[in-house]
Write a protein that binds this ligand. Structure first.
Ligand code: M6R
Length: 366
């Protein structure tokens, strides 16, 4: 049942190229120029009348929501607010009929996400669920559903559900931009052609798995690991830190590069591992100065960059390379080495990778 892999988590990491292909292929027109969402019955007026999008979810799905904010605001130009479901439901939110509430949930059963969806609906919002499970409670409660076609995810640590959520949310942003007239056709064609290359490009990451294994060996005795990034890489840093905590039990923290000076820099001492995500070209120079800040305190810095990025490579101790693509598409691949790093660190520490202590796959009680 594990298909020759030692753990479900590793099997699911390696299933990502197929899961990504399955989630996108049915939603891209045959000529590759635009997105089609047969399951969504939206008119241009429906999308134009959305004033605000509220995204709410838990854990890894929440991190997918943080990235979706960048996708939707940049592509469809609709303001987006992202909230942790357990916070949203109790904060007396300003939600009304001009709000579109998007909930994200792999299982479709997370109690806080379901309750947040009900609360948004009670306040008059329209709703859409991005979920991986047909017929789940959340899919039944939402007005519309976009399925991720990741297949069953067994490991507690979410991997292929997350990458397929990113794909679905990026496609959804393009679709909304198409309908409300905010999206430039050339940009759409470029993003789609980059997206269609992702399943094959993932293989290039898998080809370098031995390097990641080596970092895991190096990190296994560490007490803290820091993840830093800016823009979309900051959202990915949060996901990388969660994955590492969840299965390796090493304390990990994500920081926005610009926030280091406001506190965390005090914790950077000799030998502390810092994973510096620097795939976003528009903030690359700023990331380089953040990397220099932590290097000056003698941190051990692993840079995660797009191929051929020599500027960042010059100032880090080690490098993980992501195949070249556009800013919108790169996050779908950047997370894969972070998943592998968490996986191998958990393995070398002898942990129960698929069933980490104290955690359940689906959180159906508060
Ligand atoms: O099934 P859901 O997507 O609603 O689950 C949400 C979280 O419980 C889940 O993503 C959790 O954070 C994962 N174990 C993280 O790997």
């Amino acid at each position: 049942e594990k298909g020759g892999f030692e753990h479900f988590m590793l099997k699911e990491i390696y299933e990502q190229p197929k899961a990504i292909r399955d989630t996108m292929s049915c939603r891209i027109a045959n000529d590759g120029t635009h997105v089609v969402f047969d399951e969504l019955k939206w008119t241009p007026e429906d999308v134009k009348s959305i004033d605000k999008i509220l995204i709410t979810a838990c854990g890894t799905a929440y991190h997918a929501g943080l990235l979706a904010k960048y996708f939707i605001e940049k592509i469809a130009k609709i303001p987006v607010e992202v909230d942790i479901a357990s916070e949203y439901r109790y904060r007396d939110p300003l939600t009304d009929h001009k709000t579109l509430c998007i909930v994200i949930s792999q299982s479709g059963e997370t109690i806080d996400t379901l309750a947040a969806l009900k609360e948004a609906k009670r306040r008059g919002a329209r709703s859409l669920a991005v979920t991986n499970v047909l017929g789940s409670s959340i899919s039944r409660e939402a007005d519309q559903v976009v399925y991720t076609w990741a297949g069953p995810e067994i490991a507690v640590a979410s991997t292929k559900a997350y990458t397929t959520q990113l794909v679905a949310l990026l496609l959804l942003s393009l679709y909304m931009g198409q309908l409300n007239g905010e999206l430039d056709a050339e940009l759409e064609g470029n993003i789609l052609s980059d997206l269609m290359n992702v399943p094959d490009q993932c293989q290039q990451i898998f080809d370098h798995v031995e390097d990641i294994h080596a970092y895991a060996n190096q990190f296994k005795e560490k007490e803290d690991v820091f993840f830093i990034g800016r823009s979309m890489d900051y959202a990915l840093a949060m996901e990388g830190a969660l994955k590492l905590k969840e299965i390796s039990y090493i304390h990990a923290e994500a920081y926005a590069g610009g926030e280091l000076k406001h506190g965390t820099l005090a914790l950077i001492i000799s030998g502390v591992p810092v994973i510096a995500l620097a795939t976003q070209r528009n903030v690359e120079e700023k990331m380089i100065s953040n990397i220099k800040e932590v290097k000056a305190r003698d941190a051990f810095v692993v840079g995660v960059v797009q191929e051929h990025d020599t500027e960042v490579a010059k100032c880090v101790d080690a490098i993980i390379t992501i195949p070249k693509t556009s800013n919108f598409v790169v996050p779908i691949m950047t997370v894969i080495p972070l998943q592998l790093l968490a996986y191998y660190t958990a393995v070398v520490r002898g942990n129960d990778v698929d069933k980490p202590r104290n955690l359940a796959k689906s959180v159906t009680v508060e």
